[in-house]
Design a protein around this ligand. Structure first.
Ligand SMILES: O=C(O)CCC(=O)C(=O)O
Length: 274
């Protein structure tokens, strides 16, 4: 039996006039209307706003807040894994607040088909060159590789990375060393650099011989036009499917056995000099 994973990447568009609560309602309804799939994926900070940094501290929530609770409910109802994209995570009362003492992170959350939080990943590389994320958010310090199982003998090891992380190949290499055959990358990547997004997504897939799912944001918010072009890239670095710039859903079926076939046919990873 072949090991396949059906995926739906939800490229959410938003502006400045929709509240977080309205967007959560809209996106949860949208996911429930999708055809049955094994994994639904959302963009980085789709609820809190990728570049809405002036409101992050007021809209931030804990992992048991509204965004994740609502998506967990949907995952349970549909019996589907949901990669929630990321949220601005606020530390629980009394929990460690990180070196800046802010207690806020850009955290990706993978929810199982049973509606449980399965894996979290706090974005390691903060974007903004001293402003925005590095000023307001703590940096993540731990890699995350999750084992997903969606039916008998259907499994994959998936590494988590977020947006700007795409520019740091050593992170992806480390995920591969921990067994990642697939990388899940939600983003709020701007239109002016969309060619970097496309080039680097293919490079990360090709050099690690792993599937890469890039789920970006659409629309314009906080004065920044988002790039869209969510895509599915194969372990051979080929773009299997790609969206345009508008709000849309990208669906596809990943042949997970392709990872071992590509690695056996062209065993470049074995020639590394450490
Ligand atoms: O690296 C880039 O060009 C965009 C990164 C970014 O927008 C982010 O990490 O939020």
């Amino acid at each position: 039996m072949t090991n396949t994973l059906d995926v739906a990447l939800v490229q959410v568009a938003y502006g400045d006039d929709e509240s977080v609560a309205q967007r959560v309602d809209r996106v949860c309804e949208w996911i429930q209307d999708l055809d049955q799939t094994d994994l639904v994926m959302l963009p980085e900070l789709w609820a809190h706003g990728g570049f809405a940094s002036s409101t992050w501290s007021s809209t931030a929530e804990t992992l048991s807040g509204v965004v994740i609770s609502r998506l967990a409910e949907v995952a349970r109802k549909l019996s589907t894994w949901i990669h929630a994209g990321s949220i601005i995570e606020r530390a629980e009362d009394g929990a460690a607040r990180g070196p800046l003492g802010r207690g806020l992170w850009n955290t990706s959350v993978l929810i199982s088909a049973a509606g449980e939080i399965h894996t979290t990943y706090r974005k390691i590389h903060r974007f903004g060159f001293g402003e925005g994320e590095p000023q307001l958010l703590e940096a993540g310090e731990e890699l995350a590789v999750a084992s997903l199982e969606w039916s008998a003998n259907q499994t994959v090891r998936a590494g988590l990375a977020t947006c700007y992380d795409l520019r740091f190949p050593e992170l992806f290499r480390s995920l591969g060393e921990q067994g990642a055959e697939l990388v899940l990358l939600p983003a709020a990547w701007p239109m002016p650099r969309v060619e970097h997004w496309r080039l680097l997504g293919q490079a990360r897939a090709l050099e690690n011989q792993a599937w890469v799912l890039q789920c970006n944001t659409a629309g314009t918010h906080s004065g920044v036009q988002m790039g869209g072009h969510s895509r599915i890239v194969s372990p051979a670095g080929e773009v299997v499917a790609e969206l345009g710039a508008d709000e849309d859903v990208l669906t596809g079926t990943l042949d997970l056995d392709l990872v071992s076939r590509v690695r056996a046919e062209f065993p470049v990873l074995g020639d590394r000099r450490l």
